[in-house]
Design a protein around this ligand. Structure first.
Ligand code: SF4
Length: 245
């Protein structure tokens, strides 16, 4: 199946009638395409990993290890690998680029300016992501509409012109409560930090716990005003790693 921008509409229409688990299983029919799922070990990603692993779906699973993750995330990475007996392909940043950034800006220099923060995210996330997506036709992500107002119009599939892949969001219309119910019913391992005020967990220095009345993504890059994104997800040409629209 040749995947391109036109295929996105077909996939979106077809996905509308399926449950999120059926959407993942349906990808097996497109076995001529290289399909990869990126996990950050969020609760959404853990649910998707469970379905891929237990149904033995022909989908690569990869993660980006920025080198600044929480120890809890590493523990969950190892536990997930061992529980499901799967390889979670791990992409790390280029050592020379990290050294140059740190020597120029300091070990936590990303706090000093938005430019520095974007540069750090580029080195630690965006460039490794580009390596991970080489040869991939379909990129699965655990994004949900609830993640931000900017994502409220997002469909189940979109064409990513930058990476030349079709991006699929099987959980796009699924609520956090539904995902958590699935996790508890299936005894899926998850990050205990989710129960300590961290609905969204990224790099340790750039993630804080939030209060009950804050937006779920308010704890990411909390010191910045206006632009909060890491460059990983584009919607209609706009980066969507934002905590508030
Ligand atoms: S989230 Fe923070 S530590 Fe992680 S890559 Fe971005 S700026 Fe660097």
């Amino acid at each position: 199946m040749l995947l391109d921008a036109i295929a996105v509409e077909t996939i979106s229409t077809r996905f509308a009638a399926l449950s999120w688990q059926q959407r993942l299983a349906a990808l097996s029919e497109w076995n001529e395409s290289a399909v990869a799922f990126s996990t950050s070990f969020s609760f959404e990603d853990q649910a998707i990993t469970h379905v891929i692993a237990t149904q033995k779906l022909p989908i690569r699973i990869f993660t980006l290890d920025t080198g600044r993750l929480f120890e809890e995330t590493h523990k969950l990475h190892q536990a997930t690998r061992e529980k499901y007996n799967i390889i979670i392909e791990t992409y790390v940043p280029d050592a020379a680029e990290i050294e140059a950034f740190v020597n120029k800006n300091g070990i936590n220099g990303f706090y000093n300016s938005i430019e520095n923060r974007k540069e750090c995210c580029k080195i630690r996330k965006v460039l490794p992501l580009q390596r991970a997506l080489k040869g991939v036709d379909i990129w699965i992500s655990g994004l949900r509409r609830e993640h931000s107002d900017v994502r409220s119009n997002l469909g189940a599939a979109e064409w990513d012109e930058g990476n030349h892949v079709v991006k699929l969001y099987p959980l796009i219309d699924v609520s956090a409560d539904e995902v958590w119910k699935f996790i508890k019913e299936n005894n899926i391992p998850y990050n205990p930090m989710h129960e300590q005020g961290f609905p969204s967990i990224g790099c340790a220095p750039c993630t804080r716990a939030i209060a009950a009345d804050e937006h779920p993504r308010a704890g990411r890059w909390w010191w910045e005003q206006g632009e909060q994104e890491c460059g990983l997800h584009m919607v209609d040409g706009k980066l969507t790693r934002v905590k508030n629209a």
